[in-house]
Design a protein around this ligand. Structure first.
Ligand SMILES: [Zn+2]
Length: 436
């Protein structure tokens, strides 16, 4: 940052302390006649030197707070600055010319209307060449001082005053804030630097600069200035319905039945939300208060299997005499397991579907003879074997009690009867325990 020091006012040089500086001090500081620039100042310098010599001859002794130096001024104006030697002035002028040429992108010469005169001034008012450069820059009408905002070294824009830039940053803070915002952090290396621009350059006002800082850049797809905000948001939301399951032996295994309809609850939550340029990057729940408890959804889940599950589902498939029950029996000279129930009657006796279902087999099948298989769903199926005639076809939907076959003695059979099987998950179960 450039440093600007106000020129020491001429009036302050009239006090006795300033005039009666120590002679030794004067001689030590004085480094001979000035350089040629500016031209035509020799007579003035000579006069000044004469005056100083006169001063020293007075033998005046005062506090050594003053020094012999050069006053730089425009004709008729108070001095712009004091410098130690004329070299400082010539250095400053060439610095100004170099800087202004660069800013204007054209050759610039500093107007030679400045007077450089020997003078006495308080030591602390003497400027370095660098400080004088800044003082002279202020006198160049083609350039102006501007305050440039940089973010991580990238210039975002320039305003006429530091306050304007600070106002822009405040607008950015406001732009990312709402009534819930608890903190706003401007990220990155943010600097406000004094610089020079051509005088005709249009500068940003606070609003324009703020806008430039908040609009995503083309390359990055995010604004030049990253702003992190923290908000605390309070809101209400639904509480999901919990599900409760109750075992029900009246239902088939895994069969489900809603016995109480659930209802959502309400809760109030307070979240801390972190955003980066307005986009949420983090969320943390600070508090949650249930306003209304949810009503659970109660579901009965069946546990009934096999015979227990079959009860009440089937009707007798035909009329006749039970000649062989389900279970172990002695037949054809050996012990075997009878997988069904034999019901004997005259050939041609009607056979009915024991429950609603779909015919999944209708035709001859080994020792079963003419067989009809009906799938009842929920894992149940019934078999009707040894039929003389099958009255339903595979794929037919049949109703409980519907005539589906006629009794016969096909397959491995000793006389007309119905071999009736009930299967649950393909395992034969005792039909008599399933029937009324
Ligand atoms: Zn049988």
């Amino acid at each position: 940052m450039h440093f600007h020091r106000k020129p020491y006012p001429m009036e302050d040089l009239t006090g006795p302390e300033e005039f009666f500086c120590q002679l030794a001090d004067l001689e030590a500081q004085y480094q001979g006649p000035p350089h040629r620039r500016p031209v035509g100042k020799k007579a003035l310098l000579a006069a000044a030197l004469a005056g100083l010599t006169g001063l020293s001859l007075l033998g005046a002794v005062a506090a050594s707070t003053c020094t012999v130096c050069y006053a730089v001024s425009n004709e008729g104006d108070p001095p712009l600055a004091y410098v130690q030697g004329e070299t400082a002035y010539t250095q400053a002028v060439s610095q100004v010319e170099e800087q202004v040429s660069e800013i204007l992108r054209t050759e610039y010469a500093y107007p030679d209307q400045t007077r450089v005169e020997l003078a006495i001034a308080p030591k602390e008012s003497v400027q370095s060449a660098e400080e004088l450069t800044a003082s002279l820059m202020e006198t160049v009408p083609q350039v102006r001082e501007v305050w440039v905002l940089t973010v991580d070294g990238v210039a975002a824009g320039a305003c006429s005053s530091r306050e304007e830039v600070e106002a822009a940053l405040e607008l950015v803070r406001e732009g990312y804030s709402n009534e819930n915002t608890t903190s706003v952090t401007l990220c990155g290396d943010i600097r406000i630097n004094l610089d020079y621009l051509p005088a005709e350059e249009v500068l940003y006002d606070a609003e324009t600069l703020a806008g430039a800082l908040m609009v995503p850049t083309e390359e990055e797809e995010r604004p030049l200035l990253t702003v992190e905000t923290v908000e605390e948001i309070t809101y209400t939301q639904a509480v999901p319905v919990p599900t409760q399951e109750e075992k029900d032996p009246a239902l088939l295994l895994n069969e489900r039945k809603v016995i109480q309809v659930g209802a959502e609850g309400r809760e109030e939550r307070t979240d801390r939300v972190t955003r980066r340029c307005g986009v949420e990057t983090g969320r943390e729940t600070l508090a949650a208060t249930v306003l209304a408890e949810p009503t659970p959804q109660v579901v009965a889940v069946g546990t009934a299997q096999g015979v227990d599950a079959a009860k009440g589902r089937f009707v007798w498939p035909t009329a006749g005499q039970i000649t062989s029950p389900f279970g172990y029996r002695y037949i054809f000279g050996s012990t075997s397991f009878h997988q069904g129930l034999d019901i004997a009657n005259a050939a041609g006796t009607e056979i009915y579907a024991a429950a609603d279902g779909t015919v999944v087999w209708s035709g001859a099948k080994g020792t079963y003879g003419n067989l009809l298989k009906v799938d009842h769903g929920n894992g149940f199926a019934t078999y009707y074997a040894h039929c003389s005639q099958l009255l339903a076809e595979e794929g037919d939907t049949v109703k409980q009690g519907e005539k589906i076959a006629l009794m016969g003695s096909t397959g491995r059979s000793t006389g007309p009867h119905l071999h009736f099987e009930v299967r649950w998950q393909n395992e034969p179960i005792d039909p008599q325990k399933c029937l009324p």
